[in-house]
Design a protein around this ligand. Structure first.
Ligand code: NAP
Length: 258
């Protein structure tokens, strides 16, 4: 149905686990070369080895997306290993909870630095290569939390995820003349290692709040990223796609129970 992405090079930040790992495995299945990026090299290496064992091409790279020099080295590593950067999935993110009153300036800065500034730094590092070949796909992992919904403890997180969409809209206009698109996936609650850390009660409550009565899978999110990256998605830019099993739709709990 869609043109092949075989041979395209994809950088996926935060792909040692969770949604990023799902994106990396899905693009690898399409025949893409994958740079698996996280701060922890052995975990990234495990995902790269998993891709290689399935017949794909991948390399692990350790970088902290809050560090400009490290993300610039990440971009160079992709070019050195695979000759290009066709697709950037800026996915690395953290979601430590802290309610207002208890949240410190340092808590706020860490979330914004990782989720929002990390997006800016990752995109900036990949731009020279994309501009030079006059084409590219940038896919941000935002969230429903912030752009669409709120949840106690995540005011800093929500601000970072809504901020990504503000960044996206102007970046999409600036980069359109170069044939580079910038879009975002907005996942609801997705079953990942990070989410498991929030506890079984949280997960049960979230499942109950989704009209489809399940959490999303990392593949649900990866499939949307794949569409944004496809040749068929060339005219689609500056857009967010909500993947939440209908979780943002009910007006009240009664709407779910009816
Ligand atoms: P996860 O399971 O905790 O995985 C996070 C990944 O990001 C790991 O690979 C982690 O590896 C990496 N990472 C964290 N900080 C980093 C940094 N400073 N530099 C580079 N890599 C870093 O999280 P997830 O649930 O998959 O979430 C991934 C993205 O999806 C995040 O942006 C999150 O906000 C978003 N999201 C998740 C959900 C959900 O329900 N799970 C819903 C909406 C949006 P290292 O720790 O080794 O660096």
């Amino acid at each position: 149905m869609f043109s092949s992405l075989k041979g395209r090079t994809v950088i996926v930040t935060g792909s040692s686990k969770g949604i990023g790992r799902g994106i990396a495995l899905r693009f690898a299945l399409e025949g893409c070369n994958i740079l698996v990026v996280s701060r922890n090299r052995p975990e990234a290496q495990t995902v790269a080895a998993e891709i290689a064992a399935a017949g794909g091409k991948a390399m692990a790279f350790a970088a902290d997306v809050t560090q400009q020099l490290q993300v610039e080295a990440m971009a160079r590593a992709a070019i050195d290993a695979f000759g290009a950067i066709d697709i950037l999935c800026a996915n690395a993110g953290i979601f430590p909870a802290a309610k207002l009153g208890a949240m410190t300036g340092a808590d706020f800065d860490l979330v914004i630095d990782t989720n929002l500034k990390g997006t800016f730094l990752s995109v900036s590092a990949c731009l020279p290569a994309m501009k030079a070949k006059r084409g590219g796909r940038i896919i941000l992992t935002s969230s429903i939390t912030g752009p669409v919904t709120g949840f106690p403890g995540w005011s800093h997180y929500g601000a970072s995820k809504a901020g990504q969409l503000g960044f996206m809209r102007t970046a999409a206009i600036e980069l359109a003349p170069y044939g580079i698109t910038v879009n975002a996936v907005l996942p609801g609650n997705i079953a990942t290692e990070g989410l498991a850390g929030l506890g079984a009660d949280y997960i049960r409550q979230m499942e109950a709040s989704v009209p489809m009565r399940r959490l999303g899978s990392v593949t649900d999110v990866a499939n949307a990223a794949l569409f944004f990256a496809s040749d068929e998605g060339a005219f689609l830019t500056g857009q967010g796609m909500v993947l939440a099993g209908g979780a943002i739709l009910p007006e009240s709990l009664a709407a779910l129970e009816a």
